[in-house]
Design a protein around this ligand. Sequence first.
Ligand code: ACO
Length: 425
Amino acid sequence: MDKNTITITDNRDGKTYNFDILDATVGPSVVDISTFYKKTGMFTYDEGYTSTASCQSKITYIDGGAGKLMYRGYDISYMANEKTFLDTAYLLLNGELPSKEKLEKFSLEMKKRSYVHEGIKKLYDSFPDYAHPMAILSAGVSALSTYYFKHLKINTPEEYKEMANRIVAKVPTLAAMSYRYSNGLPIIYPDINKGFTENFLYMMRAYPHEYVELKPIEIKALDTIFTLHADHEQNASTTAVRNLASTMAHPYAAISAGIGALWGRSHGGANESVIRQLEMIASVDNVDEYIAKAKDKNDSFRLMGFGHRVYKNFDPRATVLKNIRNELMDELGISSELVEVAEKIEKIALSDEYFIKRGLYPNIDFYSGLILQALKIPKEMFAVIFVIGRTPGWIAQWSELTQQKNIKIARPRQLYTGPIDRTPK
Ligand code: ACO
């Protein structure tokens, strides 16, 4: 018998079925069950895909046990410490890191494509004050398809490149506009002389005819946040993007769906919850009480920003961000009660048996919320920042699926548990 197979026995009738095992470059192998229904007449059941690989991918690798995350084979700490977000975006979109010349060209293209059609302003005008920026951004990305309707079918590498560059370049402008509109602030156009991340921060903060100071450490901190969020293999929003791609939907619709999925508080909203919780704890004197609540089995309270479904030893993104947070706070001279509360929680939790035993370490959201707050980015924009970072990852995943030879539309089956034959005879 072929060793690279698995045999399943149906104990009801003793029948056996063989399935191929496919090996990964690194990480768990998978059992190819694509013929399972045909062979056995049954479906497999795995709510939340906890044991299911939904695709083959060459983009991002995570080893939760070892605290490892790689984009196209490059370690996340190398990307965050040695490279910029534009390097990362280029790598995800094109499979290779850019040379100096290619990076310069890419950066120039990002600047040139950062302007959006003036018609978008009319769309944004129609939203009420205080509309959530995620809702506005999702509508804005979807609306891009109306301006580029002649370019919705992507057939050649050139068409892919143009579409990918267009979306990555315009999302920060749409994102900053979403914030300005929802707060009744004047729109700030992109500044062609500013780099990608600097430009976004500028569009968030500037006022017409007023000088705005953007410190290099602030730009570096935000750029690192974008890099750390750029892809995370088959998470909920990426799965949403891939599901749309499988129907041959155009990328604007797919990215807009990704934004919708990311808006959910179990996905992109966690760093906002960290800040809200720190504000609720409010004082270092209250920390012990809340740590006790987090450990109490009869209390549903959880420490936000601790624990992760995949990373059980440490979150490699959090390690990078902790250093950036310290650097940023030192340089900006920020020392708020909130930061002290966060530091005390971190110190206690890292040495407490309850958290150590369960592998509960600070995750990326624990640090990113504090950094974004120090950058004066309002809480409702936190998920929007995540979108800017994740956009190249979504496009790369969209492209990987649509370039496959035999694209199968995503169409899971179900275990039906409802009533039958209720129609009156
Ligand atoms: N505070 C206190 N206890 C916790 C926490 C926490 N933040 N997280 C998990 N635990 C405990 C659970 O009570 C459980 O204890 P038990 O074994 O005694 O019953 C044990 O640790 C395992 O918890 P699970 O919920 O089974 O772990 P899971 O891997 O399913 O959950 C999750 C991971 C959802 C992230 C969880 O740790 C959590 O709710 N954290 C707080 C929210 C948060 O920070 N989310 C952001 C995640 S990062 C991201 O999405 C980008």
